[in-house]
Design a protein around this ligand. Structure first.
Ligand code: OGA
Ligand code: MN
Length: 295
């Protein structure tokens, strides 16, 4: 069966049919999906009942795996998954929903804020590949915003103002916005802010994107309040309904997105019921700000 991609939103998002992600892909299939993710920014696949190993093998068609360390407050010995996937579920090691006051749960609520994955790393993530293993009965849609369309819709004056701006990103900013403020010394070192351009150019097609994320908490050369106001205004602009696709999950959906040209967030859901989502993350290949490379 041949791969076909149908556009789901006026700006972006392709729904892919004609592929079984549980099997190794032929090189022309990888090339078609590569062109698809470059063009659409988000690809939606249905009916992909795959194992963690198959999900990782699929991810490795598009680059190297990004390691989970540095992106969570959950200690390695408390990981539920030992397969190398990022655990984006609300479950503990015992397979049950985490208690409402559990530190990992409170930290993970930060995924409800608009973000781009790993923008808090010196070399941020390229692709995220999220598989729905248990769908929550209430809420839990994932929303995606097209940062190219959002950039294109800015007027020339603001484009000129922001072209060369650099922001500081840290997990402590996104979590801090929800009032999660207590970190160990080790976590503070791990979550040390990194610098990222505010406008980035996509290497495949050359379109510019707003590189926003709730992890951004300061703009270099601006006072903190002035910088945060600018980031808020841009985020409000970039997440208007006309730029947003809402994904309503069904079991065994798999969604792949390009973090260099989209943002996403998960909506609140019933935390007393399981939601098992597992993510394979494809590492980025270069920093967005040259001097970051030296660190
Ligand atoms: C992620 C993420 C959203 C979701 O996997 O990076 O933000 O729907 N997940 O769980
Ligand atoms: Mn995310």
């Amino acid at each position: 069966m041949a791969i076909a991609i149908r556009q789901l939103h006026p700006c972006f998002v392709g729904e892919v049919s004609g592929v079984d992600l549980g099997k190794p892909l032929a090189s022309d299939e990888v090339a078609q999906l590569q062109a698809g993710i470059d063009h659409y920014g988000v690809l939606v696949f249905h009916g992909q009942d795959i194992t963690d190993e198959q999900q990782l093998a699929f991810a490795l068609n598009f680059g190297e795996r990004e390691k989970a360390r540095g992106g969570t407050v959950t200690k390695r010995e408390d990981y539920r998954l030992s397969t190398g996937l990022n655990d984006v579920s609300n479950l503990g090691k015992d397979g049950k929903p985490l208690p409402a006051d559990h530190r990992s749960h409170l930290f993970n609520l930060g995924n409800c804020l608009w973000h781009s994955d790993s923008s808090f790393r010196p070399i941020p993530a390229k692709y995220s590949i999220l598989s729905a293993r248990v769908v929550n009965p209430k809420g839990g849609n994932t929303e995606f915003a097209d940062m190219r369309a959002a950039y294109d819709a800015l007027d020339d004056e603001i484009r000129g103002e922001i072209e060369d701006l650099v922001c500081e990103h840290s997990l402590m900013y996104s979590r801090g916005a929800l009032g999660f403020l207590d970190y160990s010394e080790e976590e503070k070192r791990m979550f040390k802010p990194v610098r990222q351009r505010l406008v980035r150019t996509h290497p495949a097609h050359g379109r510019k994107s707003l590189y926003l994320s709730s992890h951004a908490g300061a703009v270099s050369g601006m006072s903190v309040p002035e910088g945060r106001l600018l980031l808020r205004d841009l985020t409000e602009h970039a997440t208007q309904p006309r730029f947003v696709y809402v994904h309503r999950w069904t079991l065994h959906d798999l969604v792949m997105w390009d973090n260099r040209q989209t943002m996403h967030r998960v909506r609140r859901y019933d935390q007393s019921q399981p939601r098992d989502m597992r993510r394979a993350t494809v590492a980025g290949t270069e920093p967005t700000v040259a001097q970051q490379a030296a660190e």
